[in-house]
Design a protein around this ligand. Structure first.
Ligand code: ATP
Ligand code: MG
Length: 675
């Protein structure tokens, strides 16, 4: 490693890379090399002899974590790169909890509940807690619980309200089921490190160098986690005079998770938490042309209360930013597809060089259809369709039951899929019994007092099912067991596939569903090939992948379709940002909630993803909830520097004879310009 050179770094970046000891704050604009500094700094630390496994870099999405790992792998030998921990907050928490959660009274084989699992549990609790005249929307309850967990761990209201009661019951039930939800991952890790100094010390000895990318999007708990890992316990003799090795990078203009409890003061007041940091500002943007960067700057300067920045780029030339009016969303999708095709050929670009950005997942449907029809390869990031598939959830539920049979949500999903003589009424009775005796459904099913009251045939069915699970569970835990083979066999012997086939309406549907079952079993095999964490590790990875703004398993190339939120940190030569309409961005709700500034930052994030060309499109009308509604362009478009953008109507670009409708649209565009 002695040959490592800090080539291609500007002086400020080099300062940040060389400052390996003590707190470091890098506050800089988009595309200025923040993430690059993190990977180069890691490589530099390795070259200085710092142990690879003592370095921890955290970020928000799997995509970003993977990208960091790839960038590092290009700089240092593979065995070194592999030992550095580069992960998401959630993955880090799972790792800590899998090792130490027993201190909190959970078992190590805890299940992780996603939003769907959470909703199922909450709905059930509301039904059995609410009196006849009380009503509580389960979504409202879920959001309130999530918010409360992210602010600490007290009930949202005092316990007398229905919400308070549901919240308390929900937590108690999770514990009985030996399950945690996504918010718990952070909350419990913070509680663990906070309440158990010995555990904290062990993890501190493990990770001596911490880095956090996109720090502007951390919430209170994430900041607490970083502090707990970085700072000695106040009772420790090392507490006085310590200078934790914490490096954070971020951009206050790209803070877009306020709605999820992110607190931008974490970065603006970094010094309060980690006194005396080295502060580095990066001002050169290496990503975008001046047309694109200037457009972004003209937008973001309309936000009050921001730290002014002086972001510049040496990339002159290129094309103006295009703002294109579309008659409707169908033509918007057609235009984007045609343009990508044309540009790819004319400029010899790769599919991967293009990205289509949008505010909401539903907006991508039209584009997707066009891509499929014209055989444009693509991948969707920020959608979680794969994991929403019933068969995928079923397979994962079978797997969860092998590991934690007390996981009621998983058990109830598969207990009678395929039908095995355990009726809904039996399941209901078992659930009631489990609630009364504070135990899991599975334990209830095996309780003689419960079993005794059932018909002999039902007793038999239950015992057969329990024995079936037991048998595979034992096989799974045998030394040298081939776990993927055990899971495959479990699925085969359960009769699940035949049942799945019966429920499919067409042969195509069956082929499609069977394929995703095969895919998921195959990806467990691939996982086994590269990891020693077994089925538990595989499930963890699957659960973490479906995290809200994250990508599905799909390494194939193609045009990227991605939500604005998920696009943070990424870059593409050519970007199409669609649906830039009033009510979409800024979103209708934002005006009521006073979050227009965050909407502006979201658009800023989108614009600054583009390296060479950028087109913003908006529609005069679009299909919404089954009807066609008229739209107007986003008020943000009027803030963009007119010198750097060019307004076009789609009719001019695709050289069709100007139809009456298009002519009207054209006048509309001219009026917009005059506005
Ligand atoms: P964002 O705010 O979007 O997360 P960032 O500040 O993390 O952006 P990077 O993604 O690290 O920026 O860098 C943006 C681009 O600029 C990357 O392609 C990177 O390789 C390039 N880059 C960064 N610094 C330099 C440099 N000194 N010389 C050449 N290219 C650079
Ligand atoms: Mg970055």
């Amino acid at each position: 490693m002695a040959g490592f050179r800090l080539f291609d770094l500007n002086p400020e970046q080099e300062l940040a890379v060389r400052t390996t000891e003590g707190p470091l704050l890098i506050l800089a604009g988009a595309g200025s090399g923040k993430t690059r500094v993190i990977t180069m700094r890691t490589a530099f630390m390795l070259s200085q002899g710092i142990a690879a496994d003592s370095i921890l870099a955290v970020t928000f999405t799997n995509k970003a974590a993977t990208e960091m790992r790839e960038r590092l792998a290009a700089l240092v030998p593979e065995d070194q790169a592999k030992k550095v921990t580069m992960s998401t907050f959630h993955a880090l928490c799972v790792r800590i909890l899998r090792q130490d959660i027993e201190a909190l009274g959970y078992k190590k084989n805890f299940s992780i509940y996603d939003e769907g699992d959470q909703m199922g549990l909450i709905k059930k609790i509301i039904t059995r807690t609410a009196s006849r005249d009380e009503k509580l929307d389960p979504h409202v309850a879920k959001n309130a619980i999530s918010k409360a967990k992210n602010n600490g761990w007290r009930a949202p209201e005092d316990d007398k309200t229905l919400l308070g009661a549901v919240f308390a019951r929900y937590n108690a039930d999770l514990k009985t089921l030996n399950a945690v939800d996504f918010d718990d991952l952070l909350l419990l890790t913070v509680r663990l490190l906070n309440d158990h100094p010995a555990v904290q010390e062990r993890w501190q000895r493990r990770f001596k160098y911490l880095m956090v990318d996109e720090f502007q999007d951390t919430n209170r708990l994430q900041l607490d986690l970083v502090s707990l890992l970085a700072k000695p316990h106040p009772t420790s003799p090392e507490f006085a005079g310590m200078r934790p090795n914490v490096a954070v990078v971020g951009d206050d203009d790209q803070s877009i998770y306020g709605w999820r409890g992110a607190d931008v003061t974490n970065i603006l007041e970094f010094e309060a938490h980690f006194p005396g940091p080295t502060v580095v500002k990066l001002e050169q943007n290496y990503r975008s042309t001046n047309f694109i960067l200037g457009t972004a700057n003209s937008l973001i300067k309309n936000n009050p209360r921001r730290r002014p920045k002086n972001l510049w780029s040496a990339k002159d030339g290129g094309e103006k930013v295009k703002i294109i009016a579309m008659p409707d969303d169908r033509q918007e999708a057609e235009f984007i597809t045609e343009e990508i095709n044309a540009r790819k050929t004319a400029e010899a670009q790769k599919w991967e060089d293009f990205a289509v950005l949008f505010r909401m997942n539903a907006q991508s449907r039209q584009v997707e259809e066009n891509f499929r029809r014209l055989r444009v390869p693509y991948r969707i990031i920020g959608g979680k369709s794969f994991f929403d598939r019933r068969e995928v959830k079923d397979i994962l539920a079978y797997a969860s039951c092998l590991l934690n049979v007390d996981d009621d949500v998983a058990l109830l999903r598969i207990i009678n899929t395929p039908a095995r003589g355990i009726s809904d009424t039996t399941v209901e009775k078992a659930t009631e019994y489990s609630i009364r005796t504070h135990t899991s459904v599975f334990k209830a099913l095996r309780d003689d007092r419960f079993l005794g009251a059932l018909r002999a045939a039902t007793q038999n069915a239950i015992e057969k099912f329990a024995a079936f699970l037991d048998e595979h569970e034992t096989k799974l835990h045998e030394p040298l067991s081939n776990q993927p083979a055990v899971l495959r066999k479990l699925i085969e012997e359960s009769g699940y596939l035949a049942d799945l086939q019966r429920t499919c309406k067409t042969p195509e549907e069956w082929m499609d569903r069977e394929r995703s079952v095969r895919d998921i079993l195959a990806s467990f095999e691939t996982f086994e090939g590269r990891s020693d964490k077994g089925l538990q590790g595989f499930l963890d990875e699957m659960m973490l992948r479906q995290e809200r703004e994250d990508d599905k398993e799909d390494d194939e190339g193609g045009v990227t379709l991605i939500t604005l939120h998920a696009s943070k940190g990424l870059e593409f030569p050519h970007v199409y940002l669609m649906g830039v309409e009033e009510g979409v961005i800024p979103h209708d709700r934002s005006k009521l909630e006073g979050t227009v500034d965050e909407e502006r930052r979201l658009l800023y994030v989108g614009i600054t993803r583009a390296q060479r060309t950028l087109a913003l499109t908006w529609c005069r009308q679009r299909a919404k909830y089954g009807s066609v509604v008229p739209c107007i362009s986003s008020s943000f478009l009027k803030e963009l520097d007119p010198e750097l953008v060019e307004h076009r109507d789609v009719g001019d670009i695709i050289n069709k004879p100007v139809a009456e409708e298009a002519a009207a649209a054209k006048f509309g565009a001219i009026f917009d310009m005059l506005d």
